[in-house]
Design a protein. Structure first.
Length: 192
């Protein structure tokens, strides 16, 4: 199983990063699991520039920057993990720029084509979100919105690991309910 993990937080030891690392540790114990990790805040790239080159002669994003390899690895992975804090009711700008660049995964006739994605079908998505606000009703629209787009790309299974009320960097490590979500997700991904 090939896993790509994108850390969307500018804090390498933040709550969303901690949750992703815990999940990766559980997956890494299984034979045959290969993991690639990218800390987006350490990379140099831009969001989609709406050039539409990926909808004309190209099969990929025309921009050549640090996301080029990431996009290629996502094309080849079986599991994509995206981890982000909630900033102003949204994923981090680092993760959002990556998501915008996945527009290149859609074929030129994506609007009318029932098989609109260039990706192989059957990938799994794990979306990890940490938010300081304790009310689960706040920002609950983040996951369904992006889950919709990744299902459009052919992702068949998706999992949400969400921690609310985790403001300080060590908060999530004390939450048994979050650890249980991580364990359950790891077991599902591994078919346990």
């Amino acid at each position: 199983m090939n896993v790509v993990c994108l850390f969307g937080s500018p804090r390498k030891k933040g709550n969303s990063a901690w949750m992703a690392q815990q999940l990766l540790q559980r997956l890494n114990h299984k034979k045959g699991v290969k993991i690639k990790q990218y800390y987006l805040a350490k990379m140099k790239y831009s969001g989609c520039i709406a050039c539409y080159a990926c909808k004309t002669k190209r099969q990929d994003c025309a921009l050549k920057d640090d996301l080029t390899q990431v996009l290629n690895d996502v094309k080849e992975c079986d599991v994509l993990i995206m981890a982000s804090p909630t900033y102003y009711g949204e994923v981090s700008s680092q993760l959002k720029a990556f998501i915008d660049r996945t527009f290149s995964f859609l074929k030129p006739d994506y609007v009318s084509n029932p098989e609109s994605s260039r990706l192989k079908s059957g990938k799994k998505l794990v979306f990890i979100i940490a938010q300081g606000h304790p009310d689960e009703e706040f920002f609950k629209d983040i996951f369904p919105r992006y889950d919709f787009f990744f299902k459009w790309y052919g992702f068949k299974e998706s999992y949400l690991i969400r921690a609310c009320g985790v403001y300080n960097m060590e908060d999530v490590a004390r939450r048994d309910d979050i650890v249980a979500q991580i364990d359950k997700t790891a077991d599902s991904l591994l078919g346990i």
